[in-house]
Design a protein. Structure first.
Lengths: 251, 198
C-alpha cells in the first residue's frame, strides 16, 4: 500500500536556511543543499523549501537554489513562498523543482490554481492553507497567518480541489509552534471531504503526535521543521514507531 | 562520464531537468533533444512526461515524434506519462496513444485519493531492468491513471487495485514510477537501463 510521508520543511532566506539547525554532521548549518542531502539519506520522503526572503533578487536566488538542490537530491521536493504567477512556476519547474506550493496568491486570485493545473498538471500544484479557529469556525489566514479572512477553511479546501490542486498543505496557526500535536479534528474532516492528499503541518512535538496525525487526523503526509532540525526527533526512530503502530511507512 | 549517447526526448512535457541531473549523478551526460535524427542515432532514449495525456500527444503529433518513437530500435525507457503514452489508449482526455504496449490506461476507481502520490512498493519484478533491486522495494509515484496488469507487465504495484508499475515489449521499457526521484534504488534501475543489451 501507499505509505504515509514524512516531510522536513526548510525555511530559506536569500538562499540560506534560517531559524537555525542543529546538525553536528553539517559543515555549514546555513547551506540548504547540504541539509537536504542529509535528510534524503536519513529517510525523509520529500522535502519542502519555503522561501521567506523579500528581496528583489528573490526569484533569481531561489531558481539557483532549486537547481543546486535538484542536482544533488534524489527525492522529490516542493518549493513555496511568494509564488504568484505561471511564469514564477515555470522557472522553478524548469530548474528542477518537482512541485510548487502557492498560498496567499491563490486566495487573492483563485483562477491561478486553474491556470497552473492546466499548464503543468495537478500533480505539481500544492495549495498551502493557513487557518485558525475564530469564534469556533476555521478561518483562512494570509501572509504567513498574519492576516485573517472571512473564508471558511473547508469551503476553501473544496474549491481549491475543484480548481485543480493536486495536494493540500494545511497548517493550523493554533497549533504551529506549540509542539502540542497536530489539529487532528480539522485534518480528519479535510481528509474526509477531499479526494486529494492532505499534508498536516503545525504542532509536531513528539513521535506520538505524528502517529496521531495519521491515525486520528487521517493525514496522508506530515510536515515539520524544528523537531527535525534540532534533532529532537530522528526520522528513522519516528518511522520505526509508526511501523510498530501499524502505519504504512517507507523504511 | 559514460561514453554512450543518451537522449532525453524534449517535447515540452514535464520536469526533464531532474532526469538529466539523475543521469549526471550516475556519471552520464543526457542530451535533451526534439530532433528526430538525433533521437534515432542515440544509444539509449528516455521518454519522460508529466502532465496531461491528450495535450502531450498533441505535442508529439505536431513534431512527428508520434510516428518515430514506435520505430526506434535501441533501448527506450518511458517514465510516468511517457510510459502511459506508449500504451494503446488513455482514458485521460480520451487519447489514442503510441500503441507500443498492448494495454489501455484507465482512471483509478472512486473512493481512492487521487493522484496516487508518494512511495509504494513494486513487486513481481522481472527482467534485467530490476537486477539487484529487491522485491517490494519502494518507488516514488505521482499519477491519476494506470495501466492494468497485462502480458507485458514486468513489475506490479498495489493501490486499491494491482496494476502495471513497469511494462516491456522488445526494446521498449516503461515505468510508472519516477526512478530519478526514488532514492538509491531508483538510480539503480536507471543504471540497469543504461546497461541493458537489447
Amino acid at each position: 500500500m501507499l505509505t504515509k510521508r514524512i516531510i522536513p520543511c526548510l525555511d530559506i532566506k536569500n538562499g540560506r536556511t534560517v531559524k537555525g539547525v542543529n546538525f553536528v554532521d553539517l559543515r555549514d548549518a546555513g547551506d540548504p543543499v547540504e541539509l537536504a542531502e542529509i535528510y534524503s539519506r536519513t529517510g525523509a520522503d520529500e522535502l519542502v523549501f519555503l522561501d521567506i526572503s523579500a528581496t528583489e533578487e528573490k526569484r533569481k536566488t531561489l531558481a539557483e537554489l532549486v537547481r543546486k538542490v535538484a542536482a544533488k537530491v534524489n527525492i522529490p521536493f516542493t518549493v513555496g513562498g511568494g509564488i504568484s504567477s505561471v511564469e514564477d512556476v515555470d522557472i522553478l519547474l524548469q530548474n528542477g523543482a518537482d512541485k510548487v506550493a502557492i498560498n496567499s496568491s491563490a486566495v487573492k486570485n483563485p483562477h491561478l490554481i486553474n491556470d497552473l493545473s492546466a499548464k503543468f498538471g495537478k500533480q505539481c500544484i500544492v495549495v498551502a492553507i493557513d487557518a485558525r479557529k475564530v469564534n469556533n469556525e476555521w478561518k483562512v489566514h494570509l501572509v504567513g497567518g498574519k492576516v485573517p479572512t472571512e473564508i471558511n477553511l473547508f469551503k476553501w479546501a473544496k474549491e481549491v480541489e475543484a480548481r485543480g490542486a493536486g495536494e493540500i498543505l494545511f497548517t493550523s496557526m493554533d497549533h504551529d509552534g506549540t509542539k502540542a500535536g497536530f489539529a487532528n479534528e480539522a485534518l480528519a474532516q479535510l481528509s474526509h471531504e477531499l479526494t486529494i492528499p492532505v499534508i498536516a503541518s503545525g504542532g509536531a512535538g513528539n513521535i506520538e503526535h505524528f502517529c496521531e496525525a495519521f491515525s486520528k487526523g487521517k493525514a496522508d503526509a506530515a510536515l515539520a521543521a524544528s523537531v527535525f532540525h534540532f534533532k529532537e526527533i530522528e526520522i528513522k526512530d519516528l518511522k520505526e514507531e509508526m511501523k510498530i503502530k501499524g502505519i504504512e511507512v517507507r523504511l | 562520464m559514460g561514453l554512450q549517447k543518451i537522449v532525453i526526448i524534449d517535447y515540452g512535457a514535464g520536469n526533464i531537468q531532474s532526469i538529466k541531473f539523475a543521469l549526471e549523478r550516475l556519471g552520464y551526460n543526457g542530451i535533451l533533444s526534439s530532433n528526430a535524427e538525433e533521437i534515432r542515432m542515440a544509444d539509449r532514449v528516455i521518454f519522460p512526461g508529466v502532465g496531461e495525456a491528450s495535450s502531450a500527444m498533441k505535442k508529439l503529433k505536431s513534431t512527428g515524434l508520434d510516428k518515430m518513437i514506435p520505430q526506434l530500435k535501441q533501448p527506450v525507457l518511458g517514465i510516468c506519462l511517457g510510459m502511459q503514452l506508449m500504451c494503446n489508449y488513455s482514458e485521460e482526455g480520451n487519447t489514442e496513444s503510441l500503441g507500443i504496449f498492448d494495454v489501455d490506461v484507465v482512471h483509478f476507481e472512486k473512493g481512492l485519493k487521487v493522484p496516487h502520490i508518494g512511495w509504494n512498493r513494486i513487486t513481481d519484478l522481472k527482467t534485467s531492468l530490476f537486477k539487484d533491486v529487491q522485491e517490494r522495494e519502494f518507488m516514488y509515484l505521482v499519477h491519476s491513471f494506470y495501466a492494468p496488469v497485462c502480458e507485458e507487465t514486468i513489475a506490479k504495484c498495489d493501490y486499491g487495485v494491482e496494476y502495471s508499475s513497469a511494462l516491456k515489449k522488445d526494446n521498449f521499457y516503461g515505468v510508472q514510477f519516477h526512478p530519478e526521484k526514488s532514492s538509491a534504488a531508483g538510480e539503480k534501475i536507471l543504471e540497469n537501463f543504461l546497461s541493458i543489451n537489447s
